[in-house]
Ligand binder design. Structure first.
Ligand code: SF4
Ligand code: SF4
Ligand code: SF4
Length: 205
């Protein structure tokens, strides 16, 4: 069975933010939203700061808390693993927006103009047409990989195998039951989780 997901190599990400720009262009997401956003992790102080960058899209959780949180069924978990976004016009009359609070990765954004929400849909249209997510194909560091995590022949599966031997595979907030489909590769450095990350997002991107 197909299990689509991302493998993101933090050893090679240099914070170009070409992923963010490509996502903006693809999704035309509203002002102030970043369906993928690079966070900065700083684990040591000046003069030898140990810095690396963590691009964070929707984690396409195996157990997505956004799905049951929405009373209108806007989100759905596809058979291939993508957490899809349906008709968001119903959000306009949804007063409390419980989906936003339900996502522990803060990956659901609210457009204050019309009350609709938005998030990364895994570039579902592109992948259904045989393509790949735009953040992945436009990544200058070739750090964002996407594919079937359960197929040993894919680049994502092979990258995981290599890093598994080095003990360099991480996921965000593993203590939760969400089971993200986004895996981060990082060797030789302490992996910082979301609580301590610094976001220098381009709020006008
Ligand atoms: S990261 Fe948030 S929005 Fe994405 S699937 Fe998980 S709970 Fe839903
Ligand atoms: S804001 Fe939209 S997606 Fe979120 S809970 Fe309300 S209807 Fe569902
Ligand atoms: S998969 Fe598509 S929508 Fe999701 S972060 Fe990448 S470019 Fe944006």
């Amino acid at each position: 069975m197909t299990r689509l997901g991302f493998v993101i190599n933090l050893d090679t990400c240099s914070d170009h933010r070409s992923c963010m720009l490509a996502c903006k262009k693809q999704t035309e997401s509203f002002l102030g939203s970043h369906y993928i956003e690079t966070f900065t992790a700083m684990t040591d102080d000046y003069p030898r700061p140990n810095t690396y960058f963590i691009p964070v899209p929707c984690q396409h959780c195996a157990k997505p808390s956004c799905v049951p949180a929405c009373p209108q069924g806007v989100f759905s978990k596809r058979a291939d693993g993508i957490v899809a976004v349906g008709d968001t016009s119903v959000c306009e009359s949804c007063r409390d927006k419980p989906c936003v609070a339900a996502c522990p990765y803060q990956r659901i954004f609210l457009d204050p103009k019309d009350g609709r929400v938005g998030k990364c849909d895994g570039c579902a249209e592109s992948i259904d047409a045989g393509g790949a997510p735009k953040c992945s194909t436009n990544c200058l560091g070739r750090s964002i990989m996407f594919g079937d995590l359960d197929d040993d022949e894919t680049m994502v599966a092979q990258a995981l195998m290599v890093y598994e031997d080095m003990g360099g595979i991480h996921r965000l907030r593993p203590e939760l039951d969400n089971q993200p489909s986004v895996y981060y590769l990082l060797t030789g450095r302490y992996f910082q989780d979301m609580d301590t990350l610094y976001s220098p997002a381009w709020h006008n991107a």
